[in-house]
Design a protein around this ligand. Structure first.
Ligand code: ZN
Length: 225
């Protein structure tokens, strides 16, 4: 893992594309948008991964530790197919209400679960409900994690309607935006082919959050966007 990390760093620094890797999208030059999916992996994740694979769209998944333990194969597939993976806590509590040690436990259990399955420890963290404060951010930083929020939330869990979810994503889409959805909502997964088709038609390059940041993860303890 360390060797891999060093390799990636040196390639990024030299600007040379990795052998066999797809040419990296430069979001400074083209219009990028990151689709992100929280709370998984859920039972619709496989269907979503099929769609993303068919459409050649990399996405970012903020996974819950307890679901990672339930569906390790889906998590391995998510990583193998080029998606970015972040930490969304173990059991989805509102973190500011917890004690320091409880917050660290929620984060660490999830880091351990994801590392156990993929061999890699996430560098990105998204707090459940977006509930965060300086203390939560600092504790995430102490676990070598950056905090990733969003520019637009679809409230897909509330809409539960494919047409409305699609319309909301299109309304929220903007250059370098980060769209929050849930692969646990079946209507979101159902809407995804049409959403991707329309976003591409409008000129968006759909990328992971690290690609949006120029191929790097934001520094630990820093919040984005
Ligand atoms: Zn969530």
């Amino acid at each position: 893992m360390l060797i891999h990390g060093l390799l990636v760093t040196s390639l990024v620094m030299s600007g040379a594309p990795a052998a066999g890797a797809k040419a990296r999208v430069d979001c400074a030059k083209v219009t990028c948008l990151a689709l992100t999916f929280d709370d998984g992996p859920g039972k619709h994740a496989g269907t979503l991964l099929d769609v993303l694979k068919r459409e050649h769209v990399p996405a970012t998944f903020f996974l819950m530790g307890k679901h990672v333990e339930e569906l390790p194969k889906v998590v391995r597939r998510t990583m193998a197919e080029g998606h970015a993976i972040g930490n969304h806590t173990y059991s989805h509590p509102s973190l500011p209400t917890l004690l320091d040690q409880e917050i660290i436990d929620e984060i660490r259990l999830t880091q351990d679960a994801i590392q156990g399955v993929t061999g890699r420890r996430p560098r990105m963290f998204r707090p459940p409900y977006g509930h965060t404060d300086d203390r939560v951010l600092g504790l995430a930083g102490s676990q070598d994690l950056s905090q990733v929020l969003w520019t637009g939330t679809t409230l897909d869990w509330k809409l539960r309607d494919s047409a409305k979810i699609k319309a909301t994503v299109l309304r929220l889409a903007k250059r370098n935006g980060v769209i929050l959805m849930h692969d646990t909502v079946p209507q979101t997964v159902q809407a995804m082919p049409a959403i991707i088709k329309e976003l591409k038609k409008r000129g968006y390059h759909l990328v992971t959050v690290p690609t949006l940041l120029g191929g790097r993860t934001p520094d630990a303890g820093v919040s984005f966007p």
